[in-house]
Ligand binder design. Structure first.
Ligand code: SAM
Ligand code: SF4
Length: 308
């Protein structure tokens, strides 16, 4: 299949293991084993991704990347990639490893600073411990060029929390390399309305093939919403990325998608279960996906009016 390297976003899941079981995340019910990627495969992924002129966006799909013992070696292979962490394994020792690596951006998924809401989102997490570890890391990284993002999750349960509340809690005035970013809770698992997210109407990505997601076991899917691997397009353990992208599987799946035939596309069926979108709406979504992050934030805020 023809693709434009600029449009495709790539993820490598170093591990599908996690220390938490968050309420909004598919990880607790993952229909794949919890495992680490073998380092040989990380090295192959690097050759294949960079060989095709692609850049890696994140070192995760599901799982907690800071649990990966060779996290610093993986960062050295992909210095352009960012890391998102739940922050609860960000010890001084792990922090030192990160700061000695070429990592440019670390996102800490705090999500809620309401001690009653936090454990509902971040099941298994200890709020006080997270605040303490985050504050210590901010101090450890003070003056370092790494960009630190403290994530705030927008959902019905967090409507009363503001960016300013987060800034105050973490004393961000003192740390010029840190800022608060907002993310909207999405239907990663089931496309029904919950306390955390609304329902969607069709393909949120705006296009069938926008992503290359390499799971810890080497299998590859075409969509970052496909956490369970229901729509695998190939296997990096036995194939090259070119073979996977140019293979007949992706072409066949795209043809089914174009006809809105979801009989063999269970993940797409979930996205479309509340009605399919019009071609015009797909165009709007593709346009939003192509926007820079700051502009996407504005769109998110408009959409999130529904939580109020
Ligand atoms: C799947 S986690 C993996 C990395 C790491 N374990 C973490 O929590 O940051 C990546 C990001 O997905 C976010 N996430 C999980 N479920 C989500 C959902 N339903 N909607 C939006 N973001 C979600 C998390 O908050 C986190 O920032
Ligand atoms: S959001 Fe991150 S920390 Fe929470 S269960 Fe999912 S992978 Fe683990």
């Amino acid at each position: 299949m023809k693709f434009s390297p600029r449009r495709i976003k790539v993820l490598v899941e170093l591990t599908s293991k996690c220390n938490l079981r968050c309420g909004m995340c598919p990880l607790p019910v993952l229909r794949r084993p919890y495992e680490d990627m073998e380092f040989d495969l990380v090295e192959k992924a690097e050759r294949e991704i960079h060989g095709l002129g692609l850049k890696l966006k994140w070192l995760h799909e599901m799982g907690e990347p800071l649990l990966y013992s060779r996290i610093d070696d993986a960062i050295r292979l992909f210095p352009e990639a960012s890391i998102s962490t739940n922050g609860l394994v960000l010890t001084e020792e792990v922090g030192a490893k990160l700061l000695a690596s070429p990592l440019k951006r670390l996102r800490i998924s705090v999500d809620s600073i309401n001690p009653k809401v936090y454990p509902q989102l971040r099941t298994g997490g200890d709020f006080d411990k997270l605040v303490d570890m985050t504050m210590k890391f901010l101090e450890q990284a003070k003056g370092h060029p790494i960009r630190i993002e403290i994530q705030k999750m927008r959902s019905r349960m967090t409507v009363d929390e503001t960016v300013e509340d987060f800034r105050k809690l973490f004393h961000l005035k003192q740390y010029r390399n840190a800022r608060v970013i907002e993310r909207t809770c999405e239907a990663f698992d089931v496309n029904d309305e919950t306390d955390l997210h609304g329902k969607f109407y069709g393909c949120v990505q705006g296009a069938f093939f926008n992503w290359i997601v390499i799971f810890a076991d080497g299998r590859v899917t075409h969509c970052c919403y496909d956490a369970h691997g229901d729509q695998v397009i190939g296997d990096l353990k036995t194939q090259s990325l070119t073979e996977i992208i140019e293979g007949s599987k992706l072409v066949q799946m795209q043809a089914l998608f174009d006809k809105r035939d979801f009989s063999e596309l269970p993940r797409c069926a979930e996205c479309f279960k509340h009605g399919g979108e019009s071609a015009a709406w797909t165009g709007v979504l593709s346009g939003v996906q192509a926007l820079p992050e700051a502009a996407k934030d504005v769109v998110r805020k408009v959409l999130d009016v529904r939580y109020r």
